[in-house]
Write a protein that binds this ligand. Structure first.
Ligand code: GLA
Length: 507
C-alpha cells in the first residue's frame, strides 16, 4: 500500500446513507454475480409419514435465462426459468402452468423459497445427494383381465382430494361417511368414500406398506365405513412414489393389492405420476394390467380407477386391463374454464363408455365455492349427460341448500345412472351447445348449455332428438316441472353459463 492509497482511504468521506446504498448495491451485484449453474440439493417439508421431501435441481445459467431439470425419487422433469438479481423462478417444461412452480432467492449461497407452495432450502449438491437409479421392470405381455362385475353404472361417491388434499385424516373420512348417510347422499346413490393421496406411511422390513399417523388403523376405518352401508376407496400409483411423494406400489403390486383387500378396500384409484420415470408411456397398458390382475387375484371385488390424465388412448384398452373407469383429462380445478375444458376433452371417448367401464373427466367441484350455482348445475348436468362417475369433492358435512339441491337432484342422477350407459356428444351453435343422451327407455336427456355471459333464448326441437316415436312427456329436470313441446319445440331462457336439462319420454 503506498501513501497515495492511504490518503485516499483516509480522506474519502461519504454520508452514512450513501455508504449504506453503496454497500447494498455491491452486495446485490456480488450475489447476482454468483452463478447458479450446478446441482442444488433441496429439502422441503416433512411428509405425513415422517420422510423429508428431497429433490435435486440441475441448473444451467445463461445470463438471466435458466434451464435444467428437477429430480426426486422416481420423478424428473426439465425446467426453465429466469433470474433477476437474487430472485429466480422456474416453470416445468410441458406443464403449461401460468405460475412458476418454484420461486426462490439466493441468500448466503443457499436457495430459499417455495416449491409447489411448500417452503424449501437448497444448497450445492454433493454425490451423497444423488437418488438411486431404480430398475426398469419388464412389463408383462398383454392379455385381457376379466371384468370384475362392478360399476354397471358410473361409480358414485366422494373423494378427499379436491377439497382436503394432504389434510385428509381418519376423522375426516369417518365424519364424511356419517354425513353421506345423514345428508341423503347415500340414499341418492353415493356409496364410495374414497381416500386420495397422503394416507401412506413407510414399508416395514418385509415390504409391507403401513398407513401414516393420520390413519392409525385402516381396517378399523373400513369396518366403520362398511357399518354405514358405504364402501371405502384408496389411492396409489404404479410408480415408486405417488403424486404427493409418498411410497407407491412399484415392485410391490401384488403385495399391496393383498394389503388393500385385507383391509376391506372396495375401490383403488391408481395414479400414473412417478411411473413415468420408470416406464415408457407405451407401457401404460401392461403396467395397468399388472395391477388389474393383482386386484383380481385377491378375490375381493375392487373398482379399478385408472388415473393417467387421458394419455395413451386409454379409452381403447382401459376395460381390457380390468379398469372400471379411466381419466380422460388432467386435474379439474374449481373454475368454469377448467370444468368446460375437461368435459370437451372427454368428447372423443364417447364410443367407449358403457356398463362396467366409464370415461372419467375427473371429480366434481360442486359446492367448493368458486363457481356460481348456475355453473355448478351445468357441471352436474354435463357429467350426467356424459355418463361420468359422480365423485363429489366438497365438504358433505356442511353443504349449503344450493349444493344439496344439485348433488341430490335424483332426476339428474337418474340420467347419469341410466342403465344403457350412453355418453352424450355435443352440437355447437354459437354460444349454445346441445348434448343429447339416448336413454334405456327409448327417450332422451337433452341439455343445452349457454356459454354466453348474458341470458339466452333456447329452443329444443323434437326433430333434433333422434327419438323413434312421438314425445309422450317431457320434464325440466332443474325446475322439476313437466313441460310441453308445442309444434315440435320447447323454448325458454337459460341464464349465463347455465343449462336447460330436459328428459323426454316416448312411452
Ligand atoms: C394427481 C391426480 C389427482 C390427485 C393427486 C394426488 O394429480 O390427478 O386427482 O389424485 O394426484 O396427489
Amino acid at each position: 500500500m503506498n501513501s497515495d492509497q492511504r490518503s485516499i482511504g483516509f480522506n474519502f468521506r461519504l454520508p452514512t446513507k450513501c455508504w449504506l446504498l453503496l454497500c447494498l448495491a455491491l452486495f446485490t451485484a456480488c450475489a447476482s454475480a454468483q452463478s447458479l449453474s450446478g446441482r442444488w440439493a433441496a429439502t422441503g417439508k416433512t411428509l405425513d409419514n415422517g420422510e423429508t421431501q428431497r429433490s435435486l435441481l440441475e441448473i444451467k445459467q445463461d445470463g438471466n435465462k435458466l434451464t435444467g431439470s428437477i429430480q426426486s425419487l422416481g420423478f424428473s422433469n426439465d425446467v426453465e426459468g429466469t433470474v433477476h438479481g437474487t430472485h429466480l423462478e422456474f416453470f416445468g417444461v410441458g406443464w403449461n402452468d401460468k405460475k412458476p412452480f418454484l420461486v426462490a432467492d439466493l441468500v448466503n449461497g443457499e436457495l430459499r423459497g417455495t416449491m409447489w407452495g411448500d417452503a424449501f432450502v437448497a444448497h450445492p449438491a454433493t454425490d451423497a445427494d444423488a437418488f438411486p437409479k431404480l430398475p426398469h421392470v419388464a412389463p408383462p405381455a398383454l392379455h385381457k383381465v376379466p371384468y370384475n362385475g362392478l360399476a354397471a353404472t358410473p361409480p358414485m361417491g366422494w373423494n378427499s382430494w379436491n377439497l382436503f388434499e394432504d389434510k385428509v385424516t381418519d376423522q375426516v373420512v369417518r365424519t364424511m361417511a356419517d354425513a353421506m348417510v345423514s345428508s341423503g347422499m347415500k340414499d341418492a346413490g353415493y356409496v364410495y368414500v374414497n381416500i386420495d393421496d397422503t394416507w401412506e406411511g413407510t414399508r416395514d422390513a418385509n415390504g409391507v406398506l403401513r398407513s401414516n399417523s393420520k390413519f392409525p388403523d385402516m381396517k378399523a376405518l373400513a369396518d366403520y365405513v362398511h357399518s354405514k352401508g358405504l364402501k371405502l376407496g384408496i389411492y396409489s400409483s404404479p410408480g415408486p412414489r405417488t403424486c404427493a411423494g409418498y411410497p407407491a406400489t412399484y415392485m410391490h403390486e401384488k403385495q399391496d393389492a393383498e394389503l388393500f383387500a385385507g383391509w376391506g378396500i372396495d375401490y383403488l384409484k391408481y395414479d400414473w405420476c412417478s411411473a413415468s420415470s420408470i416406464y415408457k408411456n407405451d407401457d401404460l397398458q401392461p403396467i395397468y394390467q399388472l395391477m388389474g390382475e393383482a386386484l383380481e387375484s385377491t378375490g375381493r371385488p375392487m373398482v379399478f380407477s385408472l388415473c393417467e390424465y387421458g394419455m395413451g388412448d386409454v379409452e381403447k384398452w382401459g376395460a381390457d386391463v380390468g379398469g372400471n373407469l379411466w381419466r380422460t383429462t388432467g386435474d379439474i380445478r374449481d373454475d368454469w374454464d377448467s370444468m368446460i375444458d375437461n368435459i370437451h376433452r372427454q368428447v372423443k371417448t364417447a364410443p367407449f363408455a358403457g356398463p362396467g367401464h366409464w370415461n372419467d373427466p375427473d371429480m366434481l367441484e360442486i359446492g367448493n365455492g368458486h363457481m356460481s350455482t348456475d355453473e355448478y348445475r351445468t357441471h352436474m348436468s354435463l357429467w350426467a349427460l356424459t355418463a361420468a362417475p359422480l365423485l363429489a369433492g366438497n365438504d358433505i358435512r356442511t353443504m349449503s341448500d344450493d349444493t344439496k339441491s344439485i348433488l341430490l337432484n335424483k332426476e339428474v342422477i337418474a340420467v347419469d345412472q341410466d342403465p344403457a350407459g350412453k355418453q352424450a356428444s355435443p352440437v355447437k351453435d354459437g354460444n349454445l351447445e346441445r348434448w343429447t343422451k339416448a336413454l334405456a327407455d327409448g327417450g332422451v336427456a337433452v341439455g343445452v348449455v349457454n356459454y354466453g355471459t348474458t341470458p339466452a333464448a333456447v329452443t329444443i326441437s323434437e326433430k333434433d332428438l333422434g327419438i323413434a316415436a312421438p314425445i309422450a312427456s317431457a320434464r325440466d329436470l332443474w325446475a322439476h316441472k313437466d313441460i310441453q313441446f308445442k309444434k315440435g319445440a320447447y323454448s325458454t331462457t337459460v341464464p349465463a353459463h347455465g343449462v336447460l336439462l330436459v328428459r323426454v319420454r316416448i312411452r
